[in-house]
Design a protein around this ligand. Structure first.
Ligand code: T4K
Length: 364
């Protein structure tokens, strides 16, 4: 172990969920206890929906809440009629982006990414558009904004919708496209224990989304489609409401941490690739895959710091998508060299500095 490396007494994980003030949460629980209502469209869910719509500056008619981001995506894709079609998307993402497509019987077609943003490259997408293409699904990876103008142009030119997996982009205030999905998983900068939300242009699909998340039950005696159970419950909604009150602090702390990493890695061999609007993640790129592995392992074993290789392996290395292996060389290269460093509300700047110094010591 290098003489200057710092070993943390308590382990540092890549992220840690935010816990709101417990008294505030307890007060909300008391209300839920009085209401005697736990799920299925309860009053707290409605309040969360209203406050979220205000925060996102959309009408409540253009938003729907779900019990997690994956089911939000699945039902969003389904409501947009993507089943049976091809959908052009990125392999450099969490598996949920494509799993949700496969689960409704759509076929993910993978196009390569832009090495600067790590997001789907619109120029690469165009080559894959055929008569079977039903949509484009880019991901704002790490909260880095996709080239939305270029995707808009493709959408208009070919008459196909763009649906953003914005799981990482809450608080980034980016345009929503035809539809955007936000994940409220506790590893995200904003959360509701588990949860997810869709924001969509066409308010007419809201009712079908509401039905689909409740088994597609239409009335006590009618069920007209194959829906699922994707309802957000009252405790999730309460957690969301409590976290929303702290959203500005949550984002500010992410910005401070990212700025410090960026400064520490400036003019070094470690490339800071955070171009994120909300600094949800802190990704860096190493010169070689071997160096990335060394940093990942040394941080874990010698420093008690547990980073993550988001997103490695690439989706096209996983069994369901192996048919596309080797088709996206830029994504493959970045997946083999990237590492996301710890960031969360409550991580001290002193600790960030020590983590960055450890990284620099390991690569020296
Ligand atoms: N699209 C994209 C682009 C996504 O990134 C995601 C989710 C989705 C769609 C789907 O949205 P959701 O259905 O999840 O709402 C984690 C999350 O489980 C997943 O939500 C997230 N992306 C993905 C990027 O990260 P893992 O397998 O890395 O989770 P895990 O359990 O290893 O946790 C990560 C770190 O956080 C660990 O160091 C432990 C720590 N942790 C985690 C939890 C849950 C805690 O300290 N406390 C906790 O309560 O997937």
């Amino acid at each position: 172990m290098g003489s200057h490396m710092h070993r943390f007494d308590e382990h540092i994980l890549v992220t840690r969920p935010f816990f709101p003030d417990i008294e505030e949460f307890k007060a909300g629980c008391e209300e839920i206890w009085k209401n005697h209502w736990l799920t299925n469209n309860g009053p707290v869910l409605h309040r969360f929906q209203t406050e979220l719509a205000n925060y996102l500056e959309v009408s409540e008619d253009n938003l729907a809440l779900f019990n997690n981001g994956t089911l939000a995506l699945e039902l969003g894709y389904y409501a947009m009629g993507l089943e049976g079609g091809d959908v052009i998307t990125t392999p450099f993402t969490f598996v949920a982006t494509s799993h949700a497509l496969k689960r409704i019987g759509a076929t993910p077609i993978f196009a390569d990414i832009d090495p600067d943003t790590c997001c789907l490259d619109p120029a690469k997408v165009e080559k894959h558009i055929t008569r079977r293409t039903k949509a484009i699904v880019p991901v704002h990876v790490y909260g880095n904004a996709c080239d939305m103008d270029a995707f808009n142009r493709l959408s208009e030119k070919y008459g196909i919708p763009v649906i953003y997996d914005a799981a990482h982009a809450f608080g980034a205030k980016l345009p929503f496209g035809e539809m955007s999905m936000f994940s409220f998983h506790p590893t995200k900068l904003f959360h509701s224990c588990e949860g997810g939300c869709l924001v969509f242009k066409n308010a007419a699909i809201q009712q079908s989304l509401f039905r689909l998340r409740n088994f597609a039950i239409k009335s006590e005696t009618e069920c007209d489609d194959i829906g699922t159970n994707a309802k957000m419950n009252e405790l999730q909604a309460l957690m969301g409401l409590c976290c929303l009150r702290k959203i500005n602090d949550l984002i500010t702390s992410r910005h401070r941490i990212a700025a410090l990493y960026a400064k520490a890695f400036a003019d070094t061999s470690v490339r800071w690739i955070g171009k994120s609007v909300n600094d949800a993640y802190c990704p860096v790129l190493f010169k070689t895959p071997a160096l990335r592995e060394k940093v990942y392992n040394d941080l874990k074993e010698k420093c008690n710091v547990f980073t993550r290789r988001y997103f490695y392996p690439l989706l096209t290395d996983y069994a369901p998508y192996i048919y596309a292996k080797g088709t996206c060389p830029i994504a493959e290269d970045i997946a083999s060299r990237v590492l996301t460093l710890p960031t969360y509300y409550g991580l001290s700047l002193e600790d960030v500095r020590a983590i960055a110094d450890n990284v620099l010591e390991i690569v020296a």
